[in-house]
Design a binder for this molecule. Structure first.
Ligand code: MN
Length: 272
């Protein structure tokens, strides 16, 4: 389903809440929601993986819930990777410790890992979130998105996005042998100019039109997204737009962080 069809269907909306799993007693004080995105995890960035593990085990321990707004993985070529790649299984196992501690985990697809499926969600103890998604937290309505659907100036990418989300095509791709899919993913990753090596260009940022359209569609005045790797708090005509940071602790200056939503509002915080 395309973003356009999603938007025509009207906002999907649930209260963010924590399942009472494993009989854990919940404190009365409402605990914060933590949001992250764009970790681009792979076995080749061990320091970033360590920071992710610390975030899940320590930083998130006092949270109500954790939201991953896309691009948790550098790429994802099908849930059979869980069996084929110990790295993928390890990341899912680390995430699963959240629900074991009574902390809810919500995962949205990014443009790199939109093939994360039911088997992964189960292994990670995660609930899949459609993009965009409207939640109510501490009495405020907030619209969440990965962010790639907002970069509408990049027409070439938007065409790819529409085709890549065609389910019949995804099923054909998923039926390929694992090695073929891996080879194609590696080739696409190497030819892609997204990320660190990408020159700053307005083409790769959100457009005002798409941001205003999402505010209007969602009936919110607060938006949180990632994808652009330009962490910020923007005051737009339609409301406040928070951009999550990408994570990279393996190349040069440490990058990373998260947003915390609690009774005091929304705060951008650095990694521990
Ligand atoms: Mn992205």
């Amino acid at each position: 389903m395309s973003a356009r069809q999603d938007q025509d269907a009207g906002p999907r909306h649930v209260e963010a809440s924590v399942p009472h799993e494993h009989g854990r007693t919940r404190p009365h004080a409402p605990r914060p929601l933590l949001l992250i995105s764009d970790l681009h995890l792979s076995a080749s960035i061990p320091r970033t993986v360590d920071a992710f593990e610390h975030f899940v085990r320590v930083t998130a321990d006092s949270a109500d819930s954790v939201f991953v707004l896309g691009d948790l993985f550098e790429y994802w070529i099908g849930d059979d990777r869980l069996a084929a790649d110990p790295f993928a299984a390890r990341i899912a196992a680390i995430l699963h410790t959240l629900t074991e501690r009574g902390i809810a985990l919500y995962v949205m697809h990014g443009n790199r890992d939109f093939l994360l499926g039911k088997r992964f969600m189960k292994a990670a103890g995660a609930i899949w979130l459609p993009d965009p998604f409207v939640m109510t937290a501490f009495g405020a309505r907030i619209v969440l998105a990965h962010g790639d659907s907002l970069c509408t100036a990049d027409r070439k990418y938007q065409t790819f996005r529409r085709i890549a989300r065609w389910r019949a095509l995804q099923l054909m791709f998923l039926a390929w042998p694992f090695k073929w899919r891996q080879a194609l993913a590696e080739r696409m990753r190497n030819s892609s100019d997204e990320g660190r090596s990408r020159p700053p260009s307005p083409l790769y940022d959100v457009t005002h039109e798409s941001v205003e359209a999402l505010f209007r569609w969602s009936h919110t005045t607060t938006m949180i997204h990632g994808h652009t790797h330009k962490p910020a708090r923007h005051q737009e005509a339609g409301g406040t737009r928070w951009v999550l940071p990408d994570w990279d602790l393996d190349h040069g200056v440490r990058r990373g962080g998260y947003l915390r939503v609690d009774a005091e509002g929304i705060h951008a915080l650095p990694l521990d």
